[in-house]
Design a protein around this ligand. Structure first.
Ligand SMILES: *Cc1c(COP(=O)(O)O)cnc(C)c1O
Length: 382
C-alpha cells in the first residue's frame, strides 16, 4: 500500500461519476454493450479532432497495432527504436517480424531517421516509430525515407493523442498511427486504443479484424482478433475527449512550472527537447541526468524521491536488453550506445492534469533538499 500523501508518477484526470452516468445508463437500457452508438460517436469525434479520415476503436493500442501490421501485410524486417515502452515491440513479434533496432536522437529521444536509413535492406518492409512521451518524431524525414525506399510507415502514437507538429496533429502521418487509451494516457477509455488512418482498405481491415475477421456472415475472412471496444469504455472516452483541450492546457502549464523550477535548482538538468512548432502531451515529464555533470546517479534521486513519498519512474529500459526481445539484440557492441545511455539516465517525475501547486512545490522542495545534500557531500569530499 502506498502512503496516503504519496504523489504518483501520473494518474487519469476524471470527472465525478454523474458525468458518465447518463452514458452508462443508455448502454444498459439499450442492451447494446459493445460496438454501439458510443463507440461510433467516439470514432467520429476522434477522427474530427485529429483531422483524419478514419478512426477505428479497438481494445488496446497493442491489438490495434497487431491488426495494422497484419493489414499492411508486413513481412521480413521492421526497423524501430529500442528506446520506447517494451509493449511497442509486441505487435512485431506477434506478426513474426524480425526487429532491427535503430538509434534515437540525443535531444528528442525519438527514432533517428539517419540511423534508420543505414539499416534498410531488401528484407525491410516497414519503419515503425514511437512519439516518445508525446514529442513527435521527425515525421517529414521518416515519411520521405519510407517513400524513397517504398516502405510502410507506422507510428506507435500511444503517448501522442493531442500532440501536433506545425499545427498537424499526430494521427495524420505514415500509413497509420495507433493511440493508446489506457488509464495513464491523457485521452483514456480506461482500456482501449484508436487506430487512425487515411487508408480506406486498412480501416476496413481493422474493423473486420477487431471482430475476429467476421464480416457478419459467421464465415471469417481472415484470422483476426477479439479486440472490440465496449460501450462503457467508449463512454469514458467521450468524456475524456471532451475534456482533452482543457486537460492538455493545464498539463502543459504544470510541466512548464516544474521544468523552470527544477532547472533553476540544477541548471545541468536536461529535459526532453520539444522542437519548435511542436505541441507535446507531456505524457511523462522526463529529465536526462548526466552523472558527471550532476554529481549523482539517477538511482540516488529516484530513491530519495521514493523515501519522500514521491513516485518517479525510470523510463525506458531499452527493449533490446529485455528478456522478451533478447533475440533481436544487435550483434555489434555499442551500436545502440546512445539508447543505452538515455535508458540509464532518464528519470520521469510526477505530472498529471490535476496535479496541485502544493504537490508540485513538494516535488520541487524535495529536489532542492536532494541537491543541497549532494553539494554538501561533494564539499566534504574535497
Ligand atoms: C501504453 C503504451 C502501449 C500499450 O498500450 P495498450 O493500450 O495498453 O496496448 C504501447 N506503446 C507505448 C509507447 C505505450 O506507452
Amino acid at each position: 500500500m502506498k502512503k496516503k500523501n504519496f504523489i504518483r508518477i501520473t494518474q487519469p484526470t476524471l470527472e465525478p461519476f454523474f458525468a458518465y452516468a447518463p452514458l452508462f445508463k443508455e448502454s444498459i437500457e439499450s442492451g447494446m454493450l459493445t460496438s454501439g452508438s458510443h463507440v461510433r460517436a467516439l470514432e467520429e469525434r476522434t477522427a474530427k479532432y485529429l483531422g483524419v479520415k478514419h478512426c477505428v476503436a479497438v481494445s488496446s493500442c497493442t491489438s490495434g497495432l497487431m491488426l495494422v501490421f497484419k493489414g499492411l501485410g508486413l513481412s521480413g524486417e521492421i526497423i524501430m527504436p529500442s528506446y520506447t515502452f517494451g509493449g511497442s515491440a509486441l505487435p512485431a513479434v506477434w506478426n513474426n517480424l524480425k526487429i532491427v533496432f535503430a538509434e534515437v536522437d540525443p535531444e528528442t529521444w525519438n527514432l533517428d531517421p539517419r540511423s534508420v536509413e543505414k539499416l534498410i535492406t531488401p528484407r525491410t518492409s516497414a519503419i515503425y516509430a514511437t512519439h516518445v512521451f508525446g514529442v513527435m518524431c521527425d515525421v517529414k524525414a521518416l515519411e520521405a525515407l519510407a517513400k524513397k525506399h517504398k516502405l510502410k510507415l507506422i507510428f506507435d502514437a500511444a503517448h501522442a493523442f493531442g500532440s501536433s507538429a506545425q499545427g498537424v496533429r499526430a494521427g495524420n502521418f505514415g500509413n497509420a498511427e495507433v493511440f493508446s487509451c489506457s488509464p495513464i494516457k491523457l485521452m483514456t477509455t480506461a482500456e482501449g486504443g484508436i487506430v487512425a488512418t487515411n487508408d480506406d482498405a486498412l480501416a476496413k481491415f481493422v474493423r473486420l479484424g477487431r471482430n475476429y475477421g467476421d464480416d457478419g456472415t459467421n464465415r471469417l475472412l481472415f484470422a483476426g482478433l477479439s479486440a472490440r471496444m465496449s460501450e462503457f469504455h467508449a463512454a469514458i472516452g467521450l468524456r475524456s475527449l471532451a475534456k482533452l483541450p482543457v486537460n492538455l492546457k493545464k498539463r502543459s502549464a504544470c510541466a512548464k512550472y516544474l521544468i523552470s523550477h527544477l532547472s533553476a535548482i540544477a541548471p545541468d538538468i536536461r529535459f526532453q527537447v520539444v522542437p519548435a512548432g511542436m505541441q507535446t502531451t507531456y505524457y511523462l515529464l522526463s529529465a536526462y541526468l548526466d552523472p558527471k555533470k550532476m554529481g549523482f546517479a539517477r538511482e540516488e534521486l529516484y530513491d530519495f524521491f521514493l523515501q519522500h513519498n514521491i513516485g518517479a519512474r525510470k523510463c525506458y529500459p531499452p527493449i533490446h536488453e529485455q528478456l522478451a526481445f533478447k533475440q533481436f539484440a544487435p550483434k555489434k557492441k555499442n551500436s545502440l550506445s546512445l539508447t543505452e545511455e538515455i535508458g540509464e539516465r532518464v528519470l520521469s517525475v510526477p505530472l498529471y492534469s490535476h496535479i496541485t501547486k502544493k504537490e508540485m512545490d513538494r516535488v520541487i522542495s524535495v529536489f532542492q533538499e536532494f541537491i543541497t545534500s549532494r553539494k554538501k557531500r561533494a564539499r566534504a569530499k574535497r
